[in-house]
Design a protein around this ligand. Sequence first.
Ligand SMILES: NC(=O)c1ccc[n+]([C@@H]2O[C@H](COP(=O)([O-])OP(=O)(O)OC[C@H]3O[C@@H](n4cnc5c(N)ncnc54)[C@H](O)[C@@H]3O)[C@@H](O)[C@H]2O)c1
Length: 245
Amino acid sequence: MTKVAIVTGGSSGIGLAIVKDLRAQGITAVSWDLKAPTEDLPFVECDVTSEAIVQAAFNKTVELYGAPSILVNNCGLQFMAPVDEFPLEKWNQLIAIMLTGTFLCSKTVIPAMKKNGWGRIINVSSIHGKVASPFKAAYVSAKHGVLGLSKVMAIELAECNITVNSICPGFVDTPLMRAQLTKQAELNKMSEEQVATEIMLKPAYIKKFTSTQQVADMVRFFVSDSASTITGEAFSMTGGWGMGH
Ligand SMILES: NC(=O)c1ccc[n+]([C@@H]2O[C@H](COP(=O)([O-])OP(=O)(O)OC[C@H]3O[C@@H](n4cnc5c(N)ncnc54)[C@H](O)[C@@H]3O)[C@@H](O)[C@H]2O)c1
């Protein structure tokens, strides 16, 4: 039977590449997002911060496509400000989307995976789940939280044939990354080119942005049988950022 996958934030950037790559493998991948993809792809409108909306999106997905056995918690956004100027509203929004959203979507989908006797949860965290950068208090906190939550779920679900792993990219060329480039240029009073080379790629040893397809390739590996004994891991895709100096 065809597997069904939910990809949160699957209508843009990394999520869109993951949806397309899973579909290329014959998996019915559905985007759960606030907005529809511009391409003709399965989509269920969802705001991952609301338990009632997530439950309704789950019911609609089961009705339209079947019970999901793969969940990619991917949606996210960035907001940058120094801690003493960080608006509480933005803090709450980022934590709600990236950490609480990962919890709510997992909580909702896990019973179907247990019933199925097989499941894969892949969380798109960030290198900021492992290390910090200035001005990113809420993002770094949410992404660190995702890695902690992933390990708890990995332990709880191991006996159910459900693995839980995280991907920790450095910078990936997407609309979210482009928006940051502009914001960092403003905060640091630099050109966007300077921000790319002197800030974003500075901690990386391989001075290249990761592509959305490369992240989708990592998801492809995690859903494959080759990864059936890998759980609770957080794989960096950063050109070496985070190894230490
Ligand atoms: N781009 C990078 O450099 C980079 C690096 C490391 C990690 N990440 C992570 O990868 C993930 C995807 O980022 P991207 O760069 O593809 O971003 P993107 O902005 O291109 O896509 C994010 C998607 O999430 C959706 N979304 C936002 N809030 C939502 C909500 N409440 N409910 C459902 N969907 C919602 C948006 O509508 C959008 O389609 C994020 O978690 C991000 O933190 C990105």
